[in-house]
Design a protein around this ligand. Structure first.
Ligand code: SAM
Ligand code: SF4
Length: 334
């Protein structure tokens, strides 16, 4: 069949790509130690895609069978006029699910507009329940405002809220049970993420703070009974139900459990670079295409289809080596 008639995005390894994560800014009001160095160089604003361009690319993806879009960053909710983008993407007829990953700092005021724009799920990052430690990990964050944001979102009946926690040895590994109890109290899910070697950071040595998903699971089993579930998001998470609660706990384990064979996603950076793999450099500039052929959605769709041919088989993270990926997570769109 002629490639241009494909309604689906299928790569060389027969993986079906139906999920796009879009970073709308690399900037952030936090400076989490595992994500950024203290002094960061951000992309000059003039180099970013405009919100209209992002919406246009989102439309092209939905016309190619993408059903789920996650807006992320950096901190997506600090981009000026970003709510306009949520409203426009929320109206795309073929999109089944619009989601966001946020640090929660702006949720108190923006949870309602997100809900009104059609956002169904929110992932909120929360690594510590101790205000001082929270400040230390995020360098600038305020725990209380994040928790009020989470509680505001809870009151609005989103389809799903989930907590994401990056666990680091001797930083917050002793909080895994407290974090799970926080989620249980609120009847929401929680995922624990192993730190990934994305970009150069200055606060710690990544292999010294490595704390594996298996260690977290063992810690949790001291106080909770976990039952494996078959839930698959096409992503790196494995989920367990916590018995006698409404909470599931996920483990995102790029080191200890390779998930690439199930990969169903690609990422768009705030500068308009389509990244085919979180852990590799393969990419295509969609910004160049939409600026060369303004308004030509067929040309854009063709470039996206062809890009699937360079989606690599998988990542090759190795904590003992210098980072092979110089992009920080805030650029990649975690
Ligand atoms: N600012 C938003 C937030 O923090 O939720 C969205 C972007 S942030 C890059 C997305 C997720 O990536 C967060 O849950 C964060 O904890 C995680 N993250 C950042 N750097 C990471 C790293 N080096 N390894 C693993 N996860 C990372
Ligand atoms: Fe900002 Fe999210 Fe990175 Fe923390 S993890 S610095 S909140 S982009």
């Amino acid at each position: 069949m002629n490639k241009t008639h494909h309604e689906k995005l299928i790569d060389k390894f027969n993986r079906h790509i139906n999920y796009v994560r879009i970073s709308v800014t690399d900037r952030c009001d936090f400076r989490c130690t595992y994500c950024m160095s203290e002094k960061m160089q951000f992309v000059p604003r003039a180099q970013l895609l405009t919100l209209e361009e992002i919406a246009f690319i989102a439309q092209a993806f939905t016309e190619l069978g993408v059903e789920k879009i996650r807006i992320t960053g950096g901190e997506p909710l600090i981009r000026k006029n970003v709510m306009q983008l949520f409203e426009n993407i929320g109206k795309l007829p073929k999109l089944k699910e619009l989601t966001i990953t946020t640090n929660g700092s702006k949720l108190l005021t923006l949870a309602q507009p997100l809900k009104d724009a059609g956002v169904q799920r929110i992932n909120i990052s929360l690594d510590s329940l101790d205000p001082e430690r929270f400040r230390k990990i995020t360098r600038t964050g305020n725990l209380e405002s994040v928790i009020s944001g989470i509680d505001k979102a809870l009151s609005l009946d989103f389809k799903k809220l989930k907590i994401n926690s990056v666990i680091l040895k001797n930083r917050n590994h002793d909080e895994v049970i407290d974090l799970v109890n926080f989620a249980i109290d609120r009847k929401i899910d929680i995922s624990f993420i192993e730190e990934m070697p994305l970009g150069i950071i200055d606060e710690h040595n990544r292999d010294e703070v490595y704390y594996s998903s298996d260690q977290i699971k063992t810690d949790l089993e001291c106080s909770h009974e976990l039952i494996p579930t078959a839930i698959s998001t096409g992503g790196p998470s494995r989920y367990y139900k916590i018995i006698d609660t409404e909470t599931k706990v996920g483990f995102i384990s790029p080191h200890s459990h390779n998930f690439c064979s199930q990969c169903n996603r690609v990422r768009l950076t705030a500068e308009g670079q389509l990244l085919l793999c979180l852990g590799q450099e393969h990419s295509v500039s969609l910004k160049k295409i939409i600026r060369k052929f303004p308004g030509d959605i067929e040309e854009l769709k063709n470039v996206i289809r062809n890009a699937m041919d360079i989606k690599p088989k998988g990542h090759e993270f190795d904590l003992s080596e210098k980072p092979i990926i110089f992009r920080h997570m805030n650029v990649t769109g975690g």
